[in-house]
Design a protein around this ligand. Structure first.
Ligand SMILES: N[C@@H](CCC(=O)N[C@@H](CS)C(=O)NCC(=O)O)C(=O)O
Length: 311
């Protein structure tokens, strides 16, 4: 069986969300470090252009986006469930709120000048300037608009107070007594704020939130071992992509199987991945691409938040 390989870097909140999924499920995995800014030649050898963090590799199958990674890990090990039975819609919708509302607020707080200065305190000035230029490019051409710090500062306490109240009144986790994808998706942006002493005070007044964060932190990240990027690429080259279902190709855009397409995120980091459309179903897109270094790989994307274009 192919092992799980996570391409990530320590400070990434979405990577933390994925690491906690692995921890919650008690899975073992290989850890490949990627740079937090472009260029990322080793990652792109696998994805074909997708640059965001994290990416999950299983042999010659490459899974982009934590929304899809969650489903792939659920298939790997069903219990404990990230999407509890009977709560599939609320779990996915509330996780999306974590990714698309809480996360941009956490970014706005962390990108205030004094918070950036604290984050990059130990590093030369040009590292911070390089990071800012990279993130500006990341948002170019995407539909996402960045939250302004002054808005984040007034909205954050509202969001935190609601969360505090619910946690005081209603169980250990957000959907009840058991953790789910929602806890991890909401935790990750808060973890990002908690990690920076210049803004972590914004979590100080919420004891129930801090206790909930400690419970989630305790899931750990599963057992991981370091792997070099070159080794991960070799594994992809020597593996064959997982067989795709013969039935169930549903192209909502009316595309045909085998069409030459590009797939890209709509919101930010919109770099297109070119390949042959080898599978599409209601919530997943798969393109096959040949890479000089990685060989034949199947790159998987979620349907929500991604666009397919005919080449
Ligand atoms: N929807 C994506 C968002 C991922 C994302 O925004 N990741 C950030 C890091 S936390 C990123 O890619 N930043 C730019 C980079 O790492 O190059 C997911 O759920 O995986």
């Amino acid at each position: 069986m192919n092992e799980l390989i996570l391409h990530h870097y320590p400070q990434s909140p979405f990577a933390e969300k994925a690491r906690l999924m692995l921890g919650l499920k008690g899975l073992s995995w290989q850890s490949v470090m990627i740079p937090p800014v472009m260029p990322k030649p080793d990652l792109l050898a696998l994805t074909g252009g997708y640059r965001r963090t994290p990416v999950l590799q299983v042999g010659a199958d490459i899974y982009c986006d934590t929304a899809l990674i969650a489903h792939r890990l659920e298939r790997e090990k069903a219990v404990p469930a990230l999407f509890p039975e009977g709560q599939e819609a609320v779990a996915a919708a509330l996780a999306q709120y974590g990714d698309q509302v809480l996360f941009p607020h956490a970014v706005a707080l962390n990108f205030q000048p004094h918070a950036l200065a604290a984050r990059f305190a130990e590093l030369p000035e040009q590292v911070m300037q390089g990071f800012l230029a990279d993130r500006k490019a990341l948002f170019a051409g995407g539909s996402a608009s960045r939250v302004q710090a002054e808005d984040a500062l007034v909205q954050w306490p509202v969001m935190m107070s609601r969360l505090e109240t619910q946690l005081e009144r209603n169980g250990e986790f957000l959907l009840g007594d058991e953790p789910s994808i929602v806890d991890l998706a909401w935790y990750a942006p808060l973890w990002f704020v908690a990690a920076n002493a210049a803004v972590s005070t914004l979590l100080e007044d919420y004891p129930a939130i801090r206790a909930w964060m400690a419970r989630i932190h305790d899931f750990g990240c599963g057992a991981s071992a370091r792997m070099e990027a070159e080794e991960a690429i070799r594994i992809a080259r020597e593996a064959t992509p997982e067989e795709l279902p013969e039935q169930g190709f549903v192209s909502t855009e009316g595309l045909t199987l085998g069409a030459e397409v590009t797939v890209s995120p709509v919101d930010y980091g919109c770099d297109p991945v070119a390949g042959k459309l080898v599978h599409e179903q209601l919530d997943e897109i798969v393109v096959a691409r040949e890479d000089e270094r990685a060989g034949l790989v199947h790159v998987h994307f979620p349907r929500v938040g991604y666009r397919i274009s005919l080449v």
